[in-house]
Design a protein around this ligand. Structure first.
Ligand code: NAD
Length: 247
């Protein structure tokens, strides 16, 4: 039976690249997307791209900051595909600002979408994988979670928390044959980084050993490796994909 992968926030960017890459590896794909204006259309297009690669794929609308919507989505994926073998927690947002000026809701929203979502999804998918006695979970963190980043106290808190949660889940789920790892990208070209000023981009570029920004496929390749059989003995780790931005 074909394995199934669920990727959160897969309507564009890194999540969409992971969906396409796992489809190439033969996974049936559950594309999670947020029902923002026009975003569902993008999610449907990603599912269509995966089907064109010869696997089953469907779009599942859910706001991953909602505990209940995550519960329903995991149930719907199981009903649709019969199993859930790989979960990639990719959905994320930024709401940058200096700490002393940051509004409370600006902080809370980023924590809810980036961090609580990982609890929501690992809880429900983890329970299903425990019954299956196998599974792969990959959580998308960030270099900001490892090294910090001025203007991102909310984002770096959420991404650092994901690393602690990854290690805890690896300990809890390991005895049932489930691996849990994190990928920490550096600067990857996507909608999220497009909004940064050219001046800031040049500053960051000057610090990258490989002298170029990352592509969404670079992160997808790392996530796909951690979802594969080749990574069966790797758990609780953080794989940094940053071209040497931080070492
Ligand atoms: P992006 O903005 O292009 O994509 C983010 C995706 O998350 C979108 O599909 C969006 O609809 C979805 N999303 C947002 N809120 C959601 C919610 N509540 N429920 C469900 N889906 C939701 O960004 P990206 O660059 O592709 O980032 C993907 C992940 O990689 C994020 O977790 C981000 O923090 C992380 N990351 C990105 C970079 C980078 O340089 N681009 C670096 C480090 C980490």
């Amino acid at each position: 039976m074909a394995k199934t992968a669920l990727i959160t926030g897969a309507s564009r960017g890194i999540g969409a690249a992971i969906a396409r890459r796992l489809a190439k590896d033969g996974f049936q794909i559950a594309v999670n997307c947020l029902d923002e204006r026009n975003r569902d259309e993008q999610g449907l297009a990603v599912a269509e791209e995966c089907r064109a690669l010869g696997v089953q794929a469907e779009c599942f609308i859910a706001d991953v900051s909602s505990h209940e919507q995550c519960r329903q989505m995991v149930e719907a994926v199981k009903a649709q595909f019969g199993s859930l073998d790989a979960l990639v927690n990719n959905a994320g947002i930024t709401a940058d600002g200096l700490m002393v000026r940051m509004k409370e809701d600006q902080y809370d929203k980023v924590i809810a979408v980036n961090q609580k979502s990982v609890f929501n999804m690992m809880k429900f998918a983890g329970a299903l994988m425990m019954r299956q006695r196998s599974g792969r979970i990959v959580n998308i963190s960030s270099v900001a979670g490892v090294f910090g980043n001025a203007g991102q106290v909310n984002y770096s808190a959420s991404k650092a928390a994901i690393i602690g949660m990854t290690k805890t889940a690896a300990k809890e789920l390991g005895p049932r044959g489930i691996t849990v790892n994190a990928v920490a990208p550096g600067f990857i070209k996507s909608d999220m980084t497009d909004v940064l000023s050219d001046e800031l981009k040049q500053k960051i570029l000057a610090q990258i050993s490989l002298g170029t920004f990352g592509e969404i496929e670079d992160v997808a390749n790392a996530a796909a490796f951690l979802c594969s059989d080749q990574a069966r003995y790797i758990t609780g780790q953080v794989l940094v994909v940053n071209g040497g931005l931080m070492m």
